[in-house]
Design a binder for this molecule. Structure first.
Ligand code: HEC
Length: 100
């Protein structure tokens, strides 16, 4: 898992430079897309497509950002992830779109 994240670090940095120059609405869309990509690569296998959870992992759709930040340190049954603050914000933005 960590090796995948490191391989992604440079494209993510470039994406964020682009985001800085976008209108607020476009930047928000880009942030959500980034969050979706991170989620698909690292989280979906346990938390499921709709972030509704299953018998492996709990529901995390719409979960507060602090809970995500805390979970990145690793939990019982969940590995540690090295996400930047921007990446955590992006995952948070994406998970909000899954909250119903
Ligand atoms: C190997 C399976 C697995 C993967 C992969 C995984 N999780 Fe988890 N996650 C869990 C389990 C199991 C828990 C419950 C741990 C506990 O309650 O102690 C959990 C808990 C959480 C929580 C805490 C929920 C709360 O109520 O505070 C958050 C947030 C979370 N995961 C986010 C993520 C994100 C974001 C990713 C991807 C970067 C991810 N998880 C990847 C298994 C996983």
């Amino acid at each position: 898992m960590p090796s995948l994240l490191h391989a992604r670090a440079r494209p993510v940095a470039i994406l964020w430079l682009l985001v800085e120059g976008l209108s607020p609405a476009a930047a928000q869309d880009a942030e959500t897309l980034l969050g979706q990509a991170i989620y698909a690569e690292n989280c979906v296998e346990c938390h499921m497509e709709d972030a509704g959870g299953d018998d492996i992992a709990p529901e995390i759709a719409g979960i507060p950002r602090n809970n995500i930040r805390r979970a990145m340190g690793g939990l019982e049954g969940m590995p540690e992830f090295e996400l930047t603050a921007e990446e955590v914000a992006a995952v948070h933005a994406y998970l909000r779109t899954l909250d119903d």
